[in-house]
Design a protein around this ligand. Structure first.
Ligand code: SF4
Length: 234
């Protein structure tokens, strides 16, 4: 079986616990306003990858993974390749690797539940807690996020919550209180990460000929983010 790969990060330190081998899978159904990987959207770009190569890169990372690290599948939206992810994670588990999936909450299909069941950790993006804003940010309906939360709870999966904070979009105290309330429905939260919106990807849009819709929005202020972080209970 083949997957479609965007790129590999051999020493990922921000996509789950410890040092991780991160596979950025190609393709995403969402079109988030602040996406920093617009080159990962199309399913026709990237290159093929087989399970053996996944194992090869994981093996290269093994000395650095330690007790807490492992493999993360990110994207794009890795779950659009759910069947491949299931096979890859089963092979990884058989070889002693722990797997995480970075989930945008914008996509579900017949393989999603099995993929969630098979992984060891979910990195769950909460794009927004309000359905209208969720749609404005992602271009997708929020139903899929609720379906995924149900699957996560059903299979007792541990979760890292991730929320990108964007000036004037979701950076108020009310937004943080809403986020706090929203994530109470998720059973096993190990960590909540507030990620500062940045503008480093803007030039990619120019090269791809795609309009950057948050033009003029400044990067999220670090001190303000620290203040907002205090409002999160986890
Ligand atoms: S889900 Fe992730 S990869 Fe897809 S558009 Fe949104 S930020 Fe980009």
């Amino acid at each position: 079986m083949k997957g479609r790969l965007h790129s590999i990060e051999s020493f990922g330190a921000v996509d789950g616990p410890g040092i991780r081998t991160v596979f950025f899978m190609q393709g995403c159904p969402a079109r988030c306003l602040y996406c920093h990987n617009p080159d990962s959207w199309g399913t026709d770009a990237g290159r093929d990858i087989e399970i053996d190569e996944i194992l090869h890169w994981a093996e290269r990372g093994r000395p650095y993974h330690g007790e807490t690290g492992g493999v993360t599948f990110s994207g794009g939206e890795a779950l659009i390749q759910g069947e491949f992810l299931i096979e890859a994670m089963k092979a990884l588990k058989a070889n002693g690797f722990k797997s995480a999936i970075d989930v945008s909450g914008t996509y579900v299909d017949e393989f999603t539940e099995e993929a969630i069941k098979t992984c060891d950790l979910i990195l769950l993006d909460i794009k927004h807690t309000d359905p209208e804003r969720f749609k404005i940010i992602t271009g997708r309906d929020m139903d899929t996020l609720f379906e995924i939360i149900d699957m996560i709870n059903k299979h007792d999966k541990h979760v890292w919550i991730r929320n990108v904070v964007v000036p004037d979009l979701n950076d108020t105290e009310e937004d943080m209180i809403a986020l706090n309330d929203f994530i109470k429905q998720i059973k096993n939260i190990d960590k909540v990460e507030l990620l500062a919106y940045h503008t480093m990807a803007v030039s990619k849009y120019g090269k791809l000929g795609i309009t950057y819709r948050l033009k003029g929005v400044p990067p999220m202020d670090g001190e303000r983010l620290q203040e907002l972080r205090k409002l999160i209970e986890y």
